[in-house]
Design a protein around this ligand. Sequence first.
Ligand code: FEO
Ligand code: CA
Ligand code: CA
Length: 633
Amino acid sequence: MAKDFDTMEDSNRSGNPTIHEVSDPRRRIVVQGGLAALIGGALAPWLAGCASIGRGGPLLGFKAIGATSGDTLVVPDGYVAEAIAPWGEPVGIAGGMPAWKADASNSAAEQALQMGMHHDGIHYYPLDGSRRGLLAMNHEYVDDGLLHADGMKTWTADKVRKSQAAHGVSVIEIEASGSGWRVVRPSRYARRFTANTPFTVGGPAAGHALMKTAADPSGRTVLGTFNNCASGMTPWGTYLSGEENFAFYFAVGDTPDAHQRRWGLRKVATFRWPEHDERFDATRNPNEPNRFGWVVEIDPMDPSSMPVKRTALGRAAHEGAWVGVTKDGRAVVYSGEDARFEYIYKFVSRDKIAPGGAKANRELLDHGTLHVARFDADGTGRWLPLVHGQGPLTAANGFADQGEVVIKARQASDALGGTKMDRPEWLAVDQKSGEVYCTLTNNSSRGAANMPGTDAVNPRANNTMGGVIRWKDDGDFDGSTFRWSHLVLAGDPANERAEAKGNVKGDIFACPDGLMLDARGVLWIQTDAAAAQMYKGEFRNIGNNQMLACDRTTGEIRRFLTGPTNCEITGATMTPDGTTMFINIQHPGETPSERSDPAEPGRFSRWPDYAAGGRPRSATVVIRKRDGGLIGT
Ligand code: FEO
Ligand code: CA
Ligand code: CA
């Protein structure tokens, strides 16, 4: 049991609802406390028809499943799971619904109208309560060995365009049918955002000299978003998506400067876009990388809306972004940077959330104060403001203005003394208790030669297993100090190495990544161990990547789902009535090597189609109880 668990768990008795309770339209819950009244105008359409979601009975009522190693998706007895919206299916844009071609011969133009590859963060937006709604979801990256019929045997401009079109975000409409859920095609909401979709820029980096390029001398219109990893949603109804490993897409040549080195830019781009798209050649367009690494905000409910890069939230290898609301109605956005020894951030909006939904809050995330977290050894911590002119963040130290502070948030955090973390991935905000949870997925470099050693919050050298931390800001979500503890250290007690044993109370797991706190209070944990690690060594008993449910009161962790071979489980969202859960299966059949072999695309997995000679496809999975009950019971 982590320290301070009990005191933190019960320390806030305000009765404020969770963020999911207040934010989902027509969610059937009883909203208590002052938050709904405070921003009731904004929330009014969301709360229409509210009733009480079922409570009572044990929090976790399902029978745990064992670890698995097969190419199937497994859920507990009494549950059903179906795959929908796999990579390559048309999203449903009227007049543009090209059919999936199983040999991966769809063109780039067709791919831009179809579900992208490598599904990741996901959120449900009700149109008709729990019967019909939108799914917004990320497509993090691609496996070019699977994306093209002959893989990367040749490398062409068309393949680059297809790769770019398979990245980004999809919005699809779905509805419950008699036997399950289906994608509604066509739908006026269906939309794709790719690596070539125009985005506007909001916040202090908009129009900054470091954001200007030859193609965009204004520094205010960026083409595209990519490596979109986790998702958060806002109380005003929009979707937040993090641009994570953007460094893999640029080539900086032999002589990167200090700024480029600090951001991990490489001589050659992993995704080989610069070979046919000069925009990604940073030797010619040195500011183009500065235009990525942002949190982007999308309004799925308005198909004509322009997506925005919210630079006030800071530039980072953002996993995603998650919102809490202060008692006086300001938005607080937490975010981690999934990279070894990088940081956790918090943005506090200047203004209060306004009644009127997305349009009334279109500039809310452009004004406020960004902070980086420092975790101290005594279980307390401090949020250090990234404000130009304060402390070391001056022109003399290379920060000309606030725009440069947010563009160089890593350097600013270095200067302030933020704590270098073990790869922070997803967060979950408990609006009711004030607790915030964050997965630290792993960091095998912790304590290695010439690398940072262990510290109180990152306590394990060669941290292969990861864990989940939590904190609670003092006072309110905008507090400048906090108290933190470990919820769980992942691992397997059968391991010999002390650092790999963990302290899991229940079913073992490794490399936590996705997190979702549901309306009943279950903390869902999803894992992302790499294919190259699985089934051997310290991972020999862990099995396929999985999703587990955590009862935060007892500390019990119970395995709920295991995925097909070499997939990652990521993204989770529920219908307002709590009876349907949507998750994503990413990269089933991932190869231990860099890319799949196009001659043998189904070598490790053929999920979910299991077609002879077929290829695996990332897809959304819809999970229900056979008796129509609440997920997790
Ligand atoms: Fe995209 Fe950090 O996982
Ligand atoms: Ca992730
Ligand atoms: Ca991960």
